[in-house]
Design a protein around this ligand. Sequence first.
Ligand SMILES: C[S@@+](CC[C@H](N)C(=O)[O-])C[C@H]1O[C@@H](n2cnc3c(N)ncnc32)[C@H](O)[C@@H]1O
Length: 221
Amino acid sequence: MNPRPSFDLLAPIYHHLERITYGPFLHRCRTAHLCQLAGSYRALVLGDGDGRFLADLLRVNPHIHVDSLDISKGMLTLARRRLDGSPVGAHRVRFVLADARSTVWPDAGYDLIVTNFFLDCFSVDELEPLIDRVAAVSLPGSLWLDGDFRLPAGRWSRAVAQVILEGMYLFFRLTTRLPARRLTDPAPFLVANGFTLTSEFTWLRGFLSSRLWMRRGTIPP
Ligand SMILES: C[S@@+](CC[C@H](N)C(=O)[O-])C[C@H]1O[C@@H](n2cnc3c(N)ncnc32)[C@H](O)[C@@H]1O
């Protein structure tokens, strides 16, 4: 297995870095499908970072219970603090400090999986087994929300995106020991696990997209 990345150093400034580089776009991407998540009951949120998405999810969905798993103690501390200071229901969240590549999941039977700006942290040989393992604890009919960077279809936008991604991967490799060297599209692995794309929003000519996937079958009563 590749060495463990650590986002602890970046955690306190992550929000600011994001605002300086992408303005409001990353948070728009994370939250674009929030309304469609109002009917979920049990979520596994992977690599949520400083908890901004989590706070919004708890706000729109008053009955959901969440396992929020991250490898960074610094990120989890920020997320916990954010919820402590808000009335949205910190008691509905279980924070788990663990490496998603090897951990035994805290539970099974999730009807919602969230991987915003998380799957881009993995090399192709790590991504496939990770998605297989996560899919195994999702219920038939469950939703999988994945907001992330993508390689646009257009020739010029794709070339520009490739240059930006090279710079981003270099930056994260130096600051967090991120093992991934390039972006891998998770779509084929989700499809192989029975997920179908139900909705997608894109920004910046397709460089950013929020995809909502649904697993075949119906959620048991
Ligand atoms: C690029 S940040 C994205 C944070 C947040 N999801 C967002 O939307 O900005 C990646 C997050 O995934 C976490 N992470 C990276 N590799 C991980 C792993 N192997 N297991 C668990 N969490 C991991 C990092 O600590 C960090 O919080």
